[in-house]
Design a protein around this ligand. Sequence first.
Ligand code: SF4
Length: 424
Amino acid sequence: MQKNKSLKGRTLYIPQMSYVGARCVAAAFNSLGFDARPSPDSDSRTLELARKYLSGDECLPEAVTLGNFLKVTEMPDYDPDKTAFFMPTSNGPCRFGHYLPLACKVFQQRGEDVLLFSPSSSSGYENIGEEANDLLRTTWRGVLCSDILRKLQLKTRPYEREKGSTDRVFHKSLDRVCEAISIQNVSHKIRLKKILAALMHSRDEFRAVKVDKTRKKLLIGIVGEIYCRLNDFSNDFIINKIEQLGGEVWMSDVSEWVFYTNDEERVRLIRQGKRFSGQMLNCLVRQKILKKDEKALLSLFKDDFIGYEEPHHVLEILDRSQPYLPRDGSHGEMVMSAGKTVWYYEKGASGVIDISPFTCMNGIITEAVYPKLSRELGGFPIRVFYFDGNIADLESDLEIFMELARNFADRNSSLKVSEQELVL
Ligand code: SF4
């Protein structure tokens, strides 16, 4: 279906795992002259459209992704011959590998000749050609920028004096950063300079947001399935609700997952006896480049992220998860969630919420180890919240969780909430 189709002349829709992430990835495609933009926002119509094609086995992120692609077909100017959807894929046991075949089947069934652009397929690379490496590098910088902007937003918004002021700065910053990412015909060096300038400007605007730090906030770590934790619609806007209940959210980054998958490749190569191979060299070089860009962009935020430090290496998270979910016996987000939970505890959080789509194995497995983990961390509140796209009574469960977090904070003097007051 996808053979001989070109991305040129088509609008490429990027799935909105998060809005900020989709904007930054779209900007990376724009830098090569492609017309890319985020797929439409999710709402009840998203699921209504998707459900016509679902068997019931699909996870929520799969349904939301498909539904938003189908929303594009309802746009007045929709033309399948001029439309492409960005749909990465994988071969693992997770249902992520089903997204692409399902989308192909649906559009075939509808008789619409859209392009499903998957970077892991041979046709995908053909579309990008020699510029594939440039795209990967710029996309990575986009991922880092989206993580940074989200962090700034989450650590500022709960304390803002004027409601809405943080989000205003956030959206302006996002436009500015995307403009820098999307500049065409420049070297990586020049692009980095432009991105750094945009980030510095944004950092200063975030710093200028008027805040009241005398109000106590409970720091809540967020782990769990990557799509559901980042996609506000899928998690029923849980971040805003935590903030309304007096919390401040610290969310696991997307870049963390990239570092994990790269390290998994390193370990796999060692297991396969390829410690000294070209593949290992590639893997190590990639790690170096990923780290180099991360260091360059984060260098602007040393003062802003004091107390919100991320591990220097993903092994620091994996070590923490080892007693509960060792990486040799379990894989993927569940390992990262367990390890990051310990990390948040050590950093002074008052509790951790694990966001999971209903029926996803990650949440099911982490839920089994959290009671032990919580006990060993002195009753640290940890709770899995499941989402399936139906409206549930999230508020009352969340209120109970926040009460537990408040009690835990009161019992422990070394928590972040107290640190903030001391700093002030
Ligand atoms: S991790 Fe779970 S929710 Fe996410 S794509 Fe895989 S099966 Fe679906």
